[in-house]
Design a binder for this molecule. Structure first.
Ligand code: PEP
Ligand code: MG
Length: 589
């Protein structure tokens, strides 16, 4: 049994066999093969090698038929490379001696070939070198593809392990089959983390040398509350784990029982607790009556799930589905926020040195207005069926909002002209996630209907800390005193203008932080479905006066650490109220 400490990203407890995700991470992970399994691993390699050779033979025949033998020669050459006994021996020995997976051993050979090549001078030797490694890349592809097919053939629920937490890892397989996700790297506020929380999948990142310590099907206990994992837990550890999970489930049941009750503080302040959605499937994961509406529909994920741009009709149907599902509650649809770490596979843009500072969000849609218009048409058509609002991402200036309004008005006029029904009022709000928008908010607020603070990006842009870069993870502090001042400023300016302000970034999901935000004056919070009940409960437990006092004390703090200590204190109070009876839980008052 071994415990590894990492960083908690999504709460929850899980226990089960581990499965290493090899594909779609951009990195080929290496891990240890159990002693008794090395022969089988060599057989996996040999089978992949045979299949790769077969593929090359078929390609050669096809090309020969189409354009003659000279063009087909390259495939014969590649087949010969794979028949080289010394290369095969190197890979086999690596598996047997070092007990690593076939993918890792093949990757090592590819690296070795590249190194050899780099040692040789002259451009004329480059071509043969890539010829030497290309066929081995094909073997790697075959291994990765087979793994996916094998996994797809079973019903087993697994703990997914990967080198890095990316949106691709979180969507690697059917979400109900993922017990938990554990990775070596990944930011707590990256989009992979956002998805894990949204899907309710316990997740721990920052686990050093994780993959090298895992073996296929090894039992792993994952604690997404504190950020630890236990490899091969013994019987006592499993018993304790199961007991903790039982208590956790009981707490959830109690919270869920009261989750219909609105979030009103004991002294009468009502707060909207709304839900963040990324996918149509999210609609099946919670009871809409536990929420006061959808505070953020991240539409880019709807685009990312597809292999081409969704049509107006398709988008209309999706937005309409959300509006219908929310049964009259407001639905805030954020316009496309692609770019940065949310690329669209079918929308190739030139590589950027600093994607987070580059072509992202509103910058893309204002440039590619056709894209914007199609989405706005779909949104406006859906507006006839419910309380629909629009949210613009990555706003940095007045001009951007004015330009959006102009496009918006044009689209509305066109739709009405074509006989479509469009709601009379479609409130338009902006995300506050870039510091420039904070300092011109007094002007912006005059031309928008509401604001929603995206603390995930605001933290990265205010503190100059990449939300996805593990090297600066410690510096990524959403509760930094500068962040708190900005948050308080935004609430004050918005309230003074008589408009609504919410926070839809991940910090709001922490119940103590939610109280702090209410104390600052936020009237709405939007969180992943999993956290709705906790937030409503926390707000019902805290008077506005107490929340304001917490906000005052936090604003006076001199470091993120001091703010976190205050939050820990508030957290204890909120959670103590539920720990009482013999089961470890008592009903909230
Ligand atoms: C944010 O930046 O806080 C936010 C809600 O948007 P996203 O996480 O999708 O960038
Ligand atoms: Mg953002």
């Amino acid at each position: 049994m071994a415990t590894i400490q990492g960083t908690a990203v999504a709460p929850g407890l899980a226990l089960g066999p581990v499965h290493m995700v090899r594909a779609h991470t951009g990195v080929v992970p290496i891990w240890t093969i159990a002693g008794g399994d090395v022969e089988a691993e060599v057989e996996r390699l040999e089978a992949a090698l045979t299949e790769a050779q077969g593929q090359l033979g078929r390609q050669r025949d096809l090309v020969q038929e189409a354009s003659g033998s000279q063009d087909a020669e390259i495939f014969s050459l590649h087949r010969m490379v794979l028949q080289d006994p010394s290369a095969l021996d190197t890979v086999q020995r690596k598996i047997l001696d070092e007990r690593i997976n076939a993918e890792g051993a093949v990757q090592a050979l590819i690296d070795q070939l590249h190194q050899k090549l780099a040692g040789l001078e002259g451009a004329n030797v480059r071509q043969p070198a890539s010829d030497m490694s290309d066929p081995w890349r094909l073997v790697l592809d075959v291994l990765l593809q087979r793994e996916r097919e094998e996994l797809g053939a079973t019903e087993e629920r697994v703990v997914l392990a990967a080198a890095e937490l990316t949106p691709q890892v979180v969507t690697f397989m059917e979400r109900t089959r993922i017990l938990a996700i554990i990775t070596e790297r990944g930011g707590r506020f990256s989009h992979g983390a956002v998805l894990a929380r949204s899907f309710g999948i316990p997740c721990v990142v920052g686990l050093q040398n994780l993959l090298a310590r895992l073996e296929r099907n090894m039992q792993v206990a994952v604690d997404g509350d504190v950020g630890t994992i236990e490899l091969r837990p013994d019987k006592d550890a499993v018993d304790q784990f199961i007991e903790r999970r039982r208590l956790r489930t009981l707490r959830r049941e109690v919270l869920d029982k009261h989750a219909m009750e609105p979030a009103v503080t004991p002294d009468g302040t009502r707060v909207s607790v709304m839900v963040n959605l990324e996918s149509m499937r999210d609609l099946d994961t919670f009871d809409v009556r536990h929420s006061d509406g959808t505070g953020l529909l991240r539409t880019e994920f709807l685009y990312m799930e597809r292999s081409q741009f969704p049509s107006e009709e398709e988008q209309f149907r999706m937005y309409r589905r959300v509006v219908d599902a929310m049964e009259g509650r407001p639905v805030i649809i954020r316009t496309l926020d692609i770019g940065g770490d949310k690329p669209l596979s079918y929308f190739q843009t030139p590589p950027e040195a600093n994607p987070a500072l580059g072509w992202r969000g509103l910058r893309v849609t204002l440039e590619w207005q056709d894209l914007f218009r199609v989405q706005l048409r779909a949104i406006m058509r859906a507006s006839a069926h419910g309380d629909l609002r629009v949210l613009l991402p990555m706003v940095t200036s007045l001009e951007e909002v004015e330009a959006s309004h102009e496009i918006f008005d044009g689209v509305r006029a066109q739709l009405v002209g074509q006989g479509y029904e469009v709601a009379d009022q479609i409130p338009v709000g902006i995300m506050i996630e870039v510091p420039s928008s904070v300092w011109i908010l007094d002007q912006l607020i005059e031309i928008v209907d509401f604001v929603s603070v995206g603390t995930n990006d605001l933290t990265q842009y205010l503190l100059a800390v990449d939300r996805d870069n593990p090297f600066v993870e410690k510096l990524y502090q959403p509760l930094h005193p500068a962040m708190l001042r900005v948050l308080s400023h935004v609430a004050k300016v918005t309230k003074a203008a008589g408009k609504s302000c919410s926070v839809c970034g991940e910090v709001a999901a922490d119940d103590a932080v939610a109280i702090l935000l209410v104390g600052m004056g936020y009237d709405a919070l939007s969180v992943a479905p999993n956290f709705l009940a906790d937030l409503r409960f926390a707000i019902r437990q805290t008077t506005l006066v107490e929340a304001q006092d917490l906000a005052q004390r936090a604003l006076a703090a001199r470091s993120s650490q001091d703010v976190r200590a205050l939050m820990a204190e508030a957290h204890k109070r909120l959670h103590r109220d539920l720990a009482g009876d013999e089961a470890g839980v008592s009903a909230p008052s």
